[in-house]
Design a protein around this ligand. Structure first.
Ligand code: T46
Length: 143
């Protein structure tokens, strides 16, 4: 399974930190959509789906949460707790987001506009889908 965690370079000075993200430079795709979730209720698990073609970068810009990734063969839990870290999630990954701190803001940069038809919401359908996808392995590092 491939887990790619980007470490973005903050522009820090005495005023604080600033992270800038540019498509094809810091982010490996054209950013067509940004969404974020906050005020997540205690104990909630979100996700439970994969995508047919969507690529995303998940950044917990405040607070913390955990992402469970599953490629159909292997599962890996990735904690997100730094505003300068981004988790790349490819289309063919079943994802679950959980263990949100009360102050968590999880921001997502997406390669496509919202399309319900791109979602795979059945785990059995997902397992069939990944049979035809190339294998993935784990890499942690920067861009
Ligand atoms: C993903 C994980 C990480 C929209 O109208 N537009 C949007 O762009 C999105 C993302 C959602 N919505 C609506 C659809 C639902 O009525 O917002 C509601 C909640 O979406 P959903 O239940 O899909 O949220 P999550 O947290 O389960 O999943 C989301 C993304 O949908 C998904 O692509 O990979 O975050």
């Amino acid at each position: 399974m491939q887990v790619i965690k980007y470490v973005f370079q903050p522009h820090g000075d005495e005023r604080g930190q600033l992270v800038a993200l540019e498509e094809f430079k810091d982010i490996p795709f054209k950013i067509k959509r940004v969404y974020y979730m906050y005020d997540t209720a205690t104990g909630v698990i979100r996700g439970f789906h994969a995508h047919k073609s969507l690529q995303q970068i998940l950044i917990c810009i405040h607070g913390s949460c955990k992402i469970r990734l599953d490629n159909g063969k292997e599962k890996k839990v990735v904690p997100l707790e730094k505003p300068y870290e981004g988790l790349y999630v490819s289309n063919n990954m079943w994802r679950e987001m959980y263990d949100f701190s009360p102050d968590a803001v999880l921001m997502v940069l997406a390669s496509e506009l919202y399309d319900e038809l791109d979602y795979i919401r059945s785990y059995e359908e997902f397992l069939e889908f990944v049979k035809n996808c190339r294998d993935t392995t784990i890499v942690e590092g920067a861009v």
